[in-house]
Design a protein around this ligand. Structure first.
Ligand code: 1GP
Length: 265
């Protein structure tokens, strides 16, 4: 595994937080401001992707803008020892809807299989299409099993997922074991962006006890209580998306994320 995979799989720092930025929902400039607020709040990674309306152009422009903003923090810290440059060093990682939404500027890519999709396209088709781009661009792929749980939202619809019900712990156990046996390095449990309820903590526990992979959880997590419940159930990463789009003011967003992050650390 390369540096990004090692970073994502490192479990010495407790549960970490990442935001997902959807390039279809915001300009690159706004995305960069939100990413900066998250970095200053203590987020450990910026994921870039969405379920629909992302393409090479908006994904690339968004990643470039975020990386430039983070690099400025690092540069400012190198000029002034009072500035903490740590937040400028978090990775920007692709979390793509498919092969048509990639960028060579990313630090890495969650190279994923939507394991409970009923469509060959999301099991292996998009991966085969995107692999040559990833290789040529030299982006580090981090192999990841992706499971969509109810309600699933747009990701579930677009990905034609056979959604996992909130009490189907046995299904999660089988998928978690298979993910490890297939060589994935991470397992992502998704409830869908904007989900009314996040992934049931029982499903997180089932995944955690069935495999040795770091568990990523996202979808419908919008307050410190939900983030803590996921962390206590065994999530190694908590992902939030929508919440970053709810605040116009970057310092307000930073405060909200800080609260959430201090509750899971
Ligand atoms: C990304 O689904 C998450 O995987 C984001 O969900 O937008 O509900 O935070 P939210």
């Amino acid at each position: 595994m390369g540096a990004i995979g090692e970073y994502m799989c490192d479990r010495t720092s407790g549960t970490r937080h990442a935001i997902v930025i959807d390039p279809a929902d915001q300009t690159p400039e706004i995305a960069a401001n939100r990413a900066l607020a998250a970095a200053h709040a203590g987020s450990s990674m910026i994921l870039v992707g969405g379920s629909s309306d992302t393409d090479m152009d908006n994904v690339h422009a968004t990643i470039v803008a975020i990386k430039e903003a983070l690099e400025l923090v690092t540069w400012a810290a190198s000029q002034d020892s009072d500035i903490d440059g740590h937040s400028g060093q978090i990775p920007v990682v692709l979390f793509p809807q498919g092969a048509a939404a990639l960028s060579p500027a990313a630090d890495g890519i969650t190279f994923m299989m939507l394991m409970n999709s009923l469509d060959q396209r999301f099991l292996i088709g998009e991966q085969v299409k995107g692999a040559p781009f990833v290789k040529k661009a030299g982006i580090e792929p981090v192999p990841m099993g992706y499971l969509i749980c109810e309600p699933g939202g747009k990701a579930g619809q677009v990905g034609k997922a056979d959604l996992i019900g909130p009490h189907q712990t046995d299904r999660v156990e089988g998928y978690a074991m298979a993910a490890q046996f297939l060589g994935f390095k991470l397992l992502y449990l998704e409830a869908g962006s904007g989900a009314e309820l996040p992934v049931n903590p029982d499903l997180i526990k089932a995944a955690k006890t069935s495999c040795d992979l770091p568990i990523i959880v996202g979808g419908g997590i919008r307050d410190p209580h939900a983030a803590r419940a996921a962390a206590e159930a065994g999530a190694d990463w908590i992902i939030t998306g929508n919440i970053t789009e709810e605040y116009e003011d970057a310092s307000e967003l930073q405060a909200v994320l800080s609260d959430m992050i201090s509750g899971i650390a």
